[in-house]
Design a protein around this ligand. Sequence first.
Ligand SMILES: Cc1ncc(COP(=O)(O)O)c(C=O)c1O
Length: 476
Amino acid sequence: MGKEFSITPREVAHVETKYRRIVTAVPHPDSLAVLNKLREFEPNSMRGQPPVVWDRAEDIFVYDKYGNRWLDCSSGVLVTNAGHAAPEVRKAISAQVDKPLLHNYCFPSEERALFVEALAGVSPPELKKIFLLTTGSEAVECVIKLSRAHGIKVGGNSKIGIVGFERGFHGRTLGSQQAGGFEGQKSWIVNLDPAIVHAPFPDGYWQTDTSFETFLEAIDKSGLKPENIAGVLMETYQGVGPDFAPKDYVRQLASWCRQNKVVLVFDEVQAGFGRTGKFWGFEHYGVIPDIICCGKGISSSLPLSAVIGREEIMDQFGPGSMTSTHTGNPVCCAAAMASLKKIIRENLTGNAANLEPVLKSGLKRIQAKHPEVVGHITAFGLVGGMQIIKSGHKEPDHNLAHGIIERCFQKGLLLFAPVGAWGQTVKINPPLTIPKDALEEALSVLEEATDEAVAEQYQQPKKKRAGKLHASAPHS
Ligand SMILES: Cc1ncc(COP(=O)(O)O)c(C=O)c1O
């Protein structure tokens, strides 16, 4: 379980730069009423993020009501690829609201037609059919259903196996959480589906053997045979790192799936819409999956997700049997259309690619300063991460990762709480609109925060020890 951030207002050094402004205690004492109300009425699970009460958010900034402005490198959990509240997106939403058409279930709408056409236009031509949903988890549930239905069609009722990956994340609903690879998060399920199995994810850090044999061995060990497998579900990059698998591994995986009539699914919920410096993350591998599921950055704002796949897989269910109440909500479609146009028009994917070296070198600099606790760093496009370990041991350190993020928050840099199987990763993923100098500023703040958090964790205890020694000195 993750730690909470303190909501006790803390006097911090004031900051006033081109991109950050912190001029009060944080959180501001007047925001406690809202924080406490949320604590009263929401479950504990909602207490995980740094306690700034968002008043408004625009482009790369998040504001509270009290004159403070954070440089946002969370993108509100990798959603706002086109920037927070992009003017084009707001205009599209307002026009849709004023039209008015706010809901139309699965009845046809022009907004849905235009958006699925546009999404097909940026997808591989082989993946022609698109089904819109609301959340990433829902899209994952849908790909499990489609993969299994396809498995049954080509191999009978014993071809229903789904292979996920260790430390993978696909959501928190029944199927998506089982397909994920965080063992600790599945205890509530108890009767886990024996046909959902996991292979090691070849990240090169926690899993040092990155050969495709590890996949085959895991299948073998699971007791399933290739003829029992319906689908393989892989995050294009594992969010935990972020980590891509080796290209060669994925190419072998794709050909194994083809040979065994297994549906290959890339979960692009995080990786899509320009985040990694290519429009889709899987473009880094040079393979085309059978299905993509995506969400988050699809609209840069309102809840929308999509399953994009080959016709023969997507068309398995007849009229009315694969639907959802909010399928392709017209306001969400209008927002997504405006966001997609902005990503393309402003070449935000290119901006992510161009800034990758800046992000990577900033993280490398921090690692070079603190090699004993920054165990692993990666950066692709505009998503990067530092995995924090206990000094000198390859053992995750949630506490220190948390301390670094808390300090960033106090200095006007907003990151979300640490992620990863053990809450060890400090992740940095700004909107793709971020200019170079703002990213450089963010990295300097992250460096300063890391310096301070490491000093507090490792130097203060030393001082205390020195005190004890001093106290015992009279005995010698
Ligand atoms: C790779 C991936 N898949 C699926 C999900 C679940 O999406 P949602 O939270 O919209 O249900 C997430 C969310 O973080 C994700 O990162």
